[in-house]
Design a protein around this ligand. Structure first.
Ligand SMILES: Nc1ncnc2c1ncn2[C@@H]1O[C@H](COP(=O)(O)OP(=O)(O)O)[C@@H](O)[C@H]1O
Ligand SMILES: [Mg+2]
Length: 252
């Protein structure tokens, strides 16, 4: 269970995250939604200990994430950042193997190699495993990074806008994959998403943020409502159902 208590973060005196109390839903896919600048990435980075809180803390199964040894945290929680830039010239397989580092400390066993192959297969990158990252399209590179997180094989996995640069077919494939990984392996997946139709279709829970605060946490079927979305984005939207599925239309 990921629990948040009195979590605050400011930049230059301006609060960007202010969450008095939050229990992240355990299991399934939780989507974090909200406008640009709402604090979604900062919240994820605080959970993944990539940022230091100004106050309060994040607790993983009762223990403050700041008190974990790095490798112990990396065995339990993995994170894909919003902007992945790597200067080193790596192949896809090298990158994905990094996900096993906390488990094998640089000496991969057959099990580590199997986890790398499995992750490559899951994102359909096996054929491209020997390509260098700078020889890939943006979407292929994004899938390689997703595979690295999956290879880490943690109970908790956080993804910040993982659908960036993916075409609709790969975006659907990634969302189905995250959904099935959560379902079949009992993992807790937290994902920042902008496409509200994907949220409606693939998320179990929604955390809605605006101006650094959590304005709602609810099952996705309840959160995808016109009043909440209008409040979040200051934009006219229409929510409808067809064949038992929820759709969000945006009026520009
Ligand atoms: N390193 C930083 N230094 C200063 N301000 C930052 C930094 N990172 C984020 N911010 C600011 O914090 C706010 C929240 O940013 P972010 O968490 O990235 O929002 P989101 O992911 O919801 O778009 C924004 O106003 C952003 O400009
Ligand atoms: Mg962000």
């Amino acid at each position: 269970m990921i629990e948040i208590e009195n979590l605050r973060k400011s930049y230059a005196g301006s609060p960007v995250v202010d969450v008095p109390a939050l229990n992240m839903p355990q299991g399934g896919v939780t989507a974090i939604i909200g406008p640009n600048g709402a604090g979604k990435s900062t919240l994820l980075s605080l959970i993944g200990r990539l940022e230091t809180p100004g106050g309060g803390g994040v607790f993983l199964d009762g223990e403050n994430v700041r008190s974990f040894r790095s490798t112990d945290l990396a065995k339990r929680l993995a994170m894909l950042k919003q902007d992945n830039s790597l200067t080193a010239r790596l192949t896809v397989a090298d990158l994905v193997a990094f996900g096993r580092f906390p488990h094998c400390n640089g000496r991969p066993t057959d099990r580590d190699r199997a986890k790398v192959s499995e992750a490559l297969e899951l994102v359909r990158m096996t054929e491209l495993k020997d390509r260098f990252l700078d020889e890939l399209s943006g979407g292929q590179r994004q899938r390689a990074f997703i595979a690295m997180v999956l290879a880490q094989d943690t109970e908790y996995a956080l993804f910040d806008e993982p659908l960036n640069s993916l075409d609709i077919s790969h975006a659907v494939a990634v969302m189905r994959l995250l959904h099935s990984v959560a379902r079949t392996m009992g993992k807790t997946i937290v994902v920042v998403l902008h496409d509200l139709n994907f949220v409606a279709r693939y998320a179990d829970h929604v955390i809605a943020m605006k101006a650094g605060r959590v304005v709602e946490i609810a099952p996705a079927s309840h959160a995808i409502r016109e009043d909440l979305l209008k409040q979040l984005y200051d934009t006219d939207v229409a929510v409808s159902t067809r064949d038992g599925r929820t759709f969000v239309d945006v009026y520009g």
